[in-house]
Write a protein that binds this ligand. Structure first.
Ligand SMILES: [Zn+2]
Ligand SMILES: [Zn+2]
Length: 335
């Protein structure tokens, strides 16, 4: 099969991704072999490709928003069959026995593994996934529309929950890419008033179209104090900006896996009155299942920009340059 491989991480402009020939992977006893139909392009893929995240597997194939078809099953798999449509997401494996796993926080498992980082992901004709970590997908939705829900959507959903938005509350979203525009749809469907704060004029237009109450530049103040905010832009400079936008008792959740340095905070202006700053680390399978069910019920839709899988590097370059809003999705044109 053909697969994209991160030969040596570096700036995408220097083409660190190579299209290589590899044997079709053999699933372990508890895994599925999945023929990739579509794979969303996540900012984390950019971090893996450029080396912002340390190398966990030399020559790794990125991609962890995979919609595919089961093409084979390991000997120990009973609950999936060849032909089933499945989703493969970021969280790939946990030990299932540490204190975090046992208390329902498997996203914090120190022995967790991630698709497209610890193991080869979906920028390829085939990939594998432990059956226990594969998602069954709602039947009605198209592959391309579904793919970004599998990371951007699930992470955005966890970030929304981590921001503890009260019912009917005022939510600020800093940055408005793939994850934020899905998070916004869930929040709006649940009755929140949503303010989007982002630099792109195109993204601000999309935000208003989706029903945001306001859309302004990221460094402007929202029109009203916020109960909750989620920082999607990987920009540490925005942390104090967003904290200052919070009402007393408000919560800011930082959604990204990677954030530039946070400048020093002023306790009185940015944290006092019980404002809280929280990080968001990966997600649990329960988050994923909850979000996929909500997405189906509320008709959450990703705004997508399809690219052929054979042009994965161009999709990453365009993501880095901010050439589109919403989410890029690679469609398998290699097989
Ligand atoms: Zn664990
Ligand atoms: Zn992702």
């Amino acid at each position: 099969m053909r697969a994209w491989s991160v030969e040596r991480p570096g700036p995408v402009e220097a083409e660190p991704l190579r299209l290589v020939e590899r044997p079709v992977p053999v699933p372990r006893a508890d895994e599925l072999l999945v023929r990739v139909r579509a794979c969303g392009v996540c900012r984390t893929d950019l971090h893996v490709t450029e080396g912002d995240l340390p190398v966990h597997r030399t020559g790794v194939t990125p991609g962890h928003e995979v919609v595919g078809t089961v093409a084979g099953t390991g000997a120990g798999v009973a609950d999936f069959a060849v032909g089933d449509r499945v989703g493969v997401a970021w969280l790939r494996r946990t030990d299932g026995e540490c204190a975090y796993c046992l208390r329902g926080a498997e996203n914090l498992c120190p022995h967790s593994e991630y698709t497209g980082w610890d193991a080869d992901g979906g920028y390829a004709e085939y990939t594998t996934v432990p059956a226990a970590f594969a998602y069954r997908l709602p039947g009605a939705l198209d592959d391309v529309v579904l793919a970004p829900l599998l990371c951007a959507g699930i992470i955005g959903y966890r970030a929304l929950r981590r921001a503890s938005l009260p019912a009917g509350g005022r939510l600020g979203l800093y940055g408005f890419g793939g994850s934020a525009h899905l998070c916004a749809q869930v929040a709006l469907a649940e009755g929140a008033r949503v303010h989007v704060l982002t630099r792109g004029a195109e993204a601000r237009r999309l935000a208003v179209e989706l029903g945001a109450a306001s859309a302004r530049d990221a460094y402007e103040a929202p029109p009203e104090p916020l109960d909750s905010a989620v920082l999607f832009a990987p920009v540490g400079d925005l942390v104090p900006v967003a904290l200052r936008a919070l009402d007393r008792g408000g919560v800011l959740a930082v959604a990204g896996i990677h954030l530039s340095d946070v400048p020093s905070l002023n306790y009185e202006r940015e944290l006092f009155y019980e404002r809280e700053l929280r990080s968001v680390t990966s997600n649990t399978r329960a988050d994923g299942r909850e979000f996929l069910a909500l997405a189906e019920r509320h008709g959450v839709r990703a705004t997508t920009h399809p690219y052929p899988l054979s042009e994965a590097p161009r999709a990453l370059r365009d993501l880095k340059a901010g050439r589109f809003d919403g989410a890029a999705v690679l469609v398998n044109d290699l097989s």
